[in-house]
Design a protein around this ligand. Structure first.
Ligand code: PEP
Length: 249
């Protein structure tokens, strides 16, 4: 049985006191679903969030990392640094990293390797832009993003990978992929994995949907057979909304 997961990506929001207050709100919520819950604060708040949430079932994860082991990479953070503050999972390949920080498939392959080599679990994000969807190229784009960054890996690596399909046109726009569009793409992703790695890998991996998931649409999206949860941006900044989504399974 693959896991249901709801992960909140706080992006570049919340200073320390705002982080504390959101964490307090989250601690007052009750989880009624079987979903694994994760939140991704900024680097500066990771350790504090880890300490504050370690006695709960909410996992603190990182939004990004560099692939190098150490060295002259001003402003960057490596896998070992994340592990040293309690982090066990890192989000890689978010469309904002690709668009604003020029992260390429090649760079992401190196980040995935470094994360896995250091024992981190990876939430690997990918998704097409609006022009790709309009031209009917969305499956080809997604297939190449996945293949370029992940298909050098051996079968066993996929135990530590979660996929997050996030159509760029649906992120932070209020525009959501319809549940059918999400289901179709998730089924396509699973087939792509099955063709190369077999059914055990394809059926065992959790595939999250991301893009304007809200309390009002989460249940319908999560009801689709190949959707195993969500990566949540805006709605993760409010504990009521976030837990309404967590409990939408
Ligand atoms: C995201 O950034 O991963 C995301 C899905 O954002 P939002 O929920 O705000 O669309």
């Amino acid at each position: 049985m693959r896991k249901n997961i709801v992960a909140g990506n706080w992006k570049m929001n919340n200073d320390l006191s705002q982080t504390e207050s959101l964490i307090d709100d989250l601690k007052n919520k009750t989880k009624t679903s079987n979903a694994e819950v994760m939140v991704a604060p900024t680097f500066t708040n990771l350790y504090h969030a880890y300490e504050a949430l370690k006695s709960t079932s909410i996992e603190v994860v990182a939004q990004n990392m560099h692939f190098a082991e150490n060295g002259a990479y001003t402003g960057e953070v490596n896998a070992n640094m994340l592990k040293s503050v309690g982090v066990e999972t890192v989000i890689l390949g978010h469309s904002e990293r690709r668009a604003y920080f020029n992260e390429t498939d090649e760079m992401l392959a190196k980040k995935v390797d470094a994360a896995l080599a250091n024992g981190l679990r990876v939430i690997f994000c990918f998704g097409e832009e609006l022009a790709d969807r309009k031209s009917g190229n969305h499956e080809a784009v997604v297939e190449s993003q996945i293949k370029n960054a992940l298909f050098h890996l051996g079968v066993s690596a996929f135990k530590n990978i979660v996929l997050a399909y996030e159509p760029v046109w649906a992120i932070g726009t209020g525009e959501t992929a319809s549940p059918e569009q999400a289901q179709d793409m998730h089924a396509f992703i699973r087939k792509t994995l099955a063709d190369t790695y077999g059914n055990d890998v394809a059926n065992g991996i959790s595939i999250l949907y991301g893009g304007s998931v809200k309390p009002g649409n989460a249940q319908e999206i999560f009801s689709k057979p190949d959707v195993d949860g969500g990566l949540i941006g805006g709605a993760a900044l409010n504990a009521d909304d976030f837990f309404a989504i967590v409990n939408a399974f």
